[in-house]
Ligand binder design. Structure first.
Ligand code: FMN
Length: 200
């Protein structure tokens, strides 16, 4: 039996809720089932920062769950998934995961992913980081959690904010061995070499 192509997506109340939205948009129609949970502050931040409402975001997912739905499928390790991504991941949610709290469905689903030794990717967002944040990240990184802050790259010559968001979302999805080439990847050719190649 093959592992089902299911990914749990959490969106929490750090700035950058567009990253969670973009992941869902990219995975929509890709054959990967997405199981979505938004925190209360994710919903507030989403409306403040983007032109999307909560219903539009939930409609992008295969299934969505309420934050207090502790009896949801993703609350159990017997519901097999590829793992979970939280994008963006607030410092509150980071702390809850690092300390094994399961008092909402995002924390519980992450706890399950950890105990089942599945993949957890945290698109942590805060700046600057305190020692508490750094300690929580280090603790989880040592357990195999991927700490992937949404830091933009410039080597791919982004032309817009959308390019930067797409590149970061693509790199997050790469973590699950799903490779959607929505943006240029680094191919080892510097821009001046590329220009001279096209001129010659
Ligand atoms: C507009 C806005 C931006 C925020 N940005 C961040 C952030 O970048 N990182 C962070 O850790 N918290 C941020 N917060 C605070 C969190 O929303 C707050 O700590 C909340 O309790 C997180 O809960 P959650 O993890 O359940 O979503 C922000 C709040 C607002 C309203």
């Amino acid at each position: 039996m093959e592992k089902p192509s299911r990914l749990i997506v959490g969106i929490t109340g750090a700035t950058g809720t567009i990253f969670g939205v973009r992941l869902l948009q990219m995975l929509h129609g890709s054959g990967v089932e997405t199981h979505l949970v938004l925190s209360k502050w994710a919903a507030r931040t989403l409306v403040h920062e983007t032109s999307y409402n909560v219903k539009e975001v939930k409609d992008l997912a295969t299934r969505s769950y309420g934050l207090a739905e502790q009896g949801a499928a993703i609350s159990s390790g017997s519901f097999v998934t590829m793992g979970m991504v939280i994008a963006p991941c607030s410092m509150r949610t980071l702390a809850a995961i690092a300390h094994g709290l399961g008092d909402n469905l995002i924390h519980r689903a992450a706890d399950v992913v950890l105990k089942e030794r599945r993949k957890l990717v945290l698109v942590v967002r805060e700046s600057p980081f305190s020692e508490i944040h750094l300690e929580n990240m280090l603790k989880l990184a040592r357990m195999g959690v991927v700490i992937l802050p949404p830091v933009p790259a410039f080597y791919n010559q982004p032309q817009s904010l959308d390019d930067m968001i797409n590149h970061i979302a693509m790199r997050v999805i790469d973590q699950f061995d799903i490779h959607l080439d929505v943006m240029n990847r680094w191919d080892g050719v510097m821009i001046d070499q590329r220009r001279s190649q096209t001129e010659s």
